[in-house]
Design a protein around this ligand. Structure first.
Ligand SMILES: [Mn+2]
Length: 241
């Protein structure tokens, strides 16, 4: 039986009340676990711990998924002051994820960033973000979806290697982000844009698999094309093992 590649997935880190006491939890939406399992990978959930432990975690992983979450990156990471509409920041999580990304980016194991994970990859490479799309680049229907994120909210146009994987036809995607890529980081090439020009996916074509997507492919009810993004991650993990 072929061994499943071990795919680390970063988790959210947040306080939730337990018996009325604010208690920190490491949590991850099950969509990510299911998508990695469907792709043939072995999901490994990663807690936000001391970044000094990153090399030990990474040694046991064949690929990395940096997940999204209901939080924002500190704009100090890309040299900007905080916008008044900046949301919650989670320093422990961001410190661990940036250390993970730096470690993986120094090698060539596959990396997939989803939503906030894509934004972290862009910032790692020296790119910048819109801190709040509704006030900095307003469009219709916008990127803050109302309702079920298993359903699409807007279309993107895949190009380049992403179009080779999932087809170049307009792709309906969900959209639950108020931040987005403003300037692309070094070595990154846009691989999908929304109708308003927002970069919704990028790749580093020099790497075996270094991909960021702004939507949540793992959550889409219409799976066929979206699942190929995770399938390619696991395929690349097999060859880089
Ligand atoms: Mn969007």
């Amino acid at each position: 039986m072929p061994v499943r590649p071990r795919v680390g997935i970063s988790a959210d880190y947040e306080a939730r009340p337990v018996r009325e006491v604010a208690t920190f939890h490491h949590v991850l939406q099950h969509y990510y676990i299911e998508a990695v399992l469907r792709a043939g990978g072995l999901p490994v959930v990663l807690p936000s711990v001391d970044p000094a432990l990153v090399p030990e975690y990474a040694a046991g992983l064949d690929a990395l998924v940096v997940s999204g979450g209901d939080f924002d990156l500190d704009p100090a990471l890309f040299g900007e002051a905080r916008h008044e509409r900046l949301g919650r920041i989670v320093p422990e999580r961001t410190a661990f994820e940036m250390a993970l990304l730096r470690h993986f980016d120094a090698g060539d194991k596959p990396v997939l960033g989803i939503c906030g994970g894509m934004q972290a990859m862009n910032v790692l490479r020296g790119g910048s973000l819109y801190q709040d799309l509704p006030s900095q680049k307003r469009s219709t229907p916008g990127h803050s979806q109302i309702g079920d994120k298993r359903l699409a909210w807007h279309n993107v146009s895949p190009s380049g290697v992403l179009a080779d994987w999932i087809g170049a036809a307009p792709l309906p995607v969900n959209s639950t982000h108020h931040q987005a890529v403003k300037t692309l980081g070094a070595g990154l090439v846009a691989a999908a844009v929304a109708e308003d020009g927002i970069v919704e996916a990028f790749v580093d074509p020099k790497r075996c698999y270094f991909v960021g997507v702004q939507w949540h492919p793992e959550a889409m009810a219409e799976r066929e094309r979206h699942d190929r993004i995770y399938a390619r991650l696991v395929a690349a993990a097999h060859t880089s093992k």
